[in-house]
Design a binder for this molecule. Structure first.
Ligand SMILES: Nc1ncnc2c1ncn2[C@@H]1O[C@H](COP(=O)(O)OP(=O)(O)OP(=O)(O)O)[C@@H](O)[C@H]1O
Ligand SMILES: [Mg+2]
Length: 359
């Protein structure tokens, strides 16, 4: 296997990735200085850094590693390193020395979608409708590529706003694809039987642990609603009650009140037809039955407005009729059901994230 996984240098092209030394990454990040820290996720901390050639990088330092998974790490990272698409954050390389496992990416100057919707950039309102539409289509294209064209095909498993990064032109770069399955069970505080993030998990994945492309479609639907509305996937109404974004949006859509779904930060500046498209597609993606969800290439066409007939068929689907329909999330039960599958640690991480996101 070794020979197929070496970093090939194609004629005239720079190699797609390389192996970094720990020394080089220490130098780039000022010894993983706290001031360089961009954030922390399930795998460990992410640091900003600068290489000797001046290029800016983000270094993800895994916090726990098991020797059993050692081999798997480099194999997986090398596979992921080959994936190239304009909307996928490509790997610059990795480092595996002693106990240290680090992954190196290009630094994304506009950080994550999360930081613009709910975090440190949210007050600046930099996401106008045109940018949001471009992010929706771009990230859909990136995920469609993972599902259909990457070899082997890749299920992301953790699509969410913090994993959609934004380059200097606010183009979407989907990050962390394929990594969820790399975390050894029990190695980190977020990992439970199910790898993913509360609020974005498809019910069949949360309850049965069945990961498939359609789980990504579900998570992407949640992301679309978040992008259009500026709301979080799960909203705390009071100390005991939570509401999912789908439970909030569906009744409004049934009453054709699309303007009430739109993020107030847009100040009414959006293309009505596009907003409607995004919201309808989002709700079709988040249906409980996986077989009813479209696949990602279909999502791309729908978002681009290339499948107008299909879209109007979808609008007439049962979920958009006024009466409540069995099989879709009714009331608040969905949150409770899905939370049962998430460990306490997972929940507390979510809380931590909310705190971090609001700061
Ligand atoms: N290449 C990058 N450029 C800029 N910011 C980044 C980059 N990679 C990660 N970040 C930011 O660093 C923070 C931590 O990222 P990390 O991926 O570890 O956690 P997460 O996305 O919150 O959760 P998960 O572990 O499920 O991916 C996030 O806010 C993320 O947006
Ligand atoms: Mg991430």
């Amino acid at each position: 296997m070794g020979s197929t996984l070496t970093c090939r240098k194609e004629k005239g092209k720079k190699p797609s990735w390389r192996i970094f030394s720990l020394k080089e990454l220490h130098a780039a990040t000022n010894n993983f200085n706290y001031d360089n820290k961009l954030g922390e996720g399930g795998f460990g901390s992410v640091y900003w850094g600068q290489l000797w050639d001046g290029s800016q990088i983000a270094v993800k330092r895994l916090k726990v590693w098991s020797t059993k998974a050692d081999m798997e790490f480099s194999v997986e990272v090398e596979i992921l390193g080959r994936v190239r698409h304009k909307n996928l954050l490509s790997l610059r390389g990795y480092c595996a020395e002693g106990q240290e496992r680090l992954i190196v990416y290009d630094y994304m100057p506009n950080l994550s979608l999360l930081s613009h919707l709910h975090g440190q950039h949210s007050a600046e309102c930099l996401l106008d409708w045109e940018r949001r539409m471009n992010i929706a289509i771009g990230s859909a294209e990136g995920i469609a590529y993972l599902h259909q064209h990457a070899v082997p095909h890749i299920i992301h498993r953790d699509i969410k706003a913090s994993n959609v990064l934004l380059d200097s032109d606010f183009n979407a770069q989907v990050a962390d694809f394929g990594f969820a399955k790399l975390i050894p069970d029990g190695a980190t505080h977020v990992t439970t039987r199910v790898k993913g993030t509360l609020g974005y998990l498809a019910p069949e994945y949360a309850m049965l642990g069945k990961a498939s492309e359609s789980c990504d479609v579900y998570s992407f639907g949640i992301l679309l609603l978040e992008l259009a509305s500026g709301k979080k996937p799960i909203e705390k109404l009071n100390a005991t009650t939570k509401r999912t974004i789908t439970d909030w949006a569906l009744p409004l859509v049934r009453q054709k009140k699309f303007n009430e779904v739109a993020d107030p930060k847009l100040n009414g500046k959006y293309v009505e037809e596009e907003l409607k498209r995004v919201v309808v597609v989002a709700l079709v993606c988040t249906q409980n039955q996986p077989e009813k969800r479209p696949n990602m290439p279909e999502v791309v066409d729908l978002l681009k407005g290339d499948s107008k007939e299909k879209l109007s068929d979808l609008e007439n689907e049962q979920i958009f009729r006024e009466e409540p329909v069995a099989g879709y999330q009714d009331g608040l039960s969905g949150v409770e059901d899905r939370s049962d599958c998430i460990s306490e640690e997972k929940d507390s991480k979510e809380e931590l994230k909310e705190v971090a996101g609001s700061g």
